[in-house]
Design a protein around this ligand. Structure first.
Ligand SMILES: Nc1ncnc2c1ncn2[C@@H]1O[C@H](COP(=O)(O)OP(=O)(O)O)[C@@H](O)[C@H]1O
Ligand SMILES: [Mg+2]
Length: 358
């Protein structure tokens, strides 16, 4: 069964220190939601309050409309998977999966099919007789996920479950967790500081910063229409370039000044006036060195990375501001070259001094 999760003005305080500042969030039944944000922004704290592992200092948590603030963790129908797998080293994989159900008083004949089903889903059937030390990191993490599956929870919570795995295995497990969601259909909340994991796995991403929500939306919505400079810089890799600039004219014929050059932006902006400082945002993959779109000016090539399918340039503009440029394919650009940077005006982002999008 899939369950809805509603947070209303949820606050967390440790003594006098408030670390989560009134979170409002609505998660639909069956949704795969990713909490993403820098280390220390409150992701784990929020997840642990939903799980019931941490008391809620203010506001309300509802699961399917029922207030859960005072309901103990074991009665919330939630299973959580952590970064550290914490398997019992002296028990077999089978026993690790069965143990929680045994202590809950479930009978052997009820436990057996649940363990088999979880083992089938995770393809660890052949490993059931092994001890954790005879498993690879990825297999251990699969057993940890299996321990959550056998409980048949309404909601799965994951707290950075892949952080201990090497890069290749992380990609593989990412796909497996996404498939798991497709086959089970449960509500899942997944915490990560890795924006690529967030982009690839989520139906909905919640971007957190210093205990507050910056933006909630589908991955491409956040990529295409970040609400502020924080989200713009956090979502997307390599990260968005930011250039200090100022308005020359605003209104119907908005233009900004970059590097002493007037750049017309072919869009209407009325929330700022001539002379106001503005941050110009351009994703590396939206910049080009071809003569198309609007010219941002000449730049010196400081470094070139030839990746085969892409070429990444690190350049500096005349005034010293640095930019990354991602070009398709293999390009004959070399260190020391001068390139003329261009951008499609439709792909420019502009932010006011307070970081809000213009
Ligand atoms: N038990 C605690 N006592 C005091 N402060 C805490 C405690 N646990 C977490 N914090 C603080 O709360 C903030 C959020 O922490 P956390 O939720 O672990 O962040 P994240 O998971 O996003 O890295 C951090 O500033 C952290 O130092
Ligand atoms: Mg954490």
């Amino acid at each position: 069964m899939a369950t809805s999760v509603t947070l209303q003005k949820v606050v967390k305080r440790y003594g006098a220190l408030e670390v989560v500042h009134g979170i409002d969030l609505e998660i639909k039944p069956g949704e795969f939601v990713v909490f993403v944000g820098p280390s220390g922004c409150g992701k784990s704290t929020l997840l642990r309050m939903i799980a019931g592992l941490e008391p809620i200092s203010g506001g309300s948590l509802f699961l399917d409309g029922d207030r859960m603030n005072d309901v103990p963790a074991a009665k919330r129908g939630i299973a959580m998977v952590f970064q550290s797998y914490a398997l019992y080293p002296h028990m077999t994989v089978y026993k690790n999966l069965a143990f929680g159900l045994e202590t809950a008083g479930m009978k052997k004949h009820e436990i057996e099919p649940r363990v088999q089903k979880a083992a089938d889903i995770l393809q660890i059937g052949p490993l059931l007789g092994r001890k954790p030390k005879q498993l690879s990191g990825g297999q251990r993490q699969r057993v940890a996920i299996g321990r959550a599956i056998v409980r048949e929870p309404n909601i799965f919570l994951f707290d950075e479950p892949l952080s201990n795995l090497d890069a290749e295995l992380r990609v593989q497990m990412r796909v497996e967790i996404a498939k798991l969601h497709q086959s089970l259909g449960n509500t899942m909340i997944y915490v990560t500081h890795d924006q690529v994991e967030a982009m690839t796995m989520a139906d909905t991403i919640v971007v957190l910063n210093s205990g507050r929500i910056e933006q909630v939306g589908a991955p491409l919505e956040l990529y295409n229409k970040p609400r502020n400079r924080f989200v713009a810089g956090f979502i997307g890799s390599p990260r968005m370039n930011f250039i200090n600039s100022r308005f020359v004219t605003s209104g119907d014929e908005t233009a900004i000044e970059i590097n002493g050059r007037i750049v017309p932006l072919q869009r209407k902006i009325t929330a700022a006036k001539a002379g106001d400082p503005v941050t110009f945002g351009a994703r590396p993959e939206h910049l080009s060195v071809k003569d198309q779109g609007v010219a941002l000016g000449p730049a010196h090539v400081d470094l070139v990375e030839h990746l085969g399918g892409q070429t990444i340039l690190y350049v500096s503009m005349k005034d010293g501001q640095a930019l990354a440029v991602v070009l398709d394919d293999q390009q004959p650009v070399r260190f020391g070259d001068t390139v003329n940077i261009h951008i499609d005006p439709a792909r420019c982002h502009l932010f006011a001094a307070d970081g809000a999008v213009l």
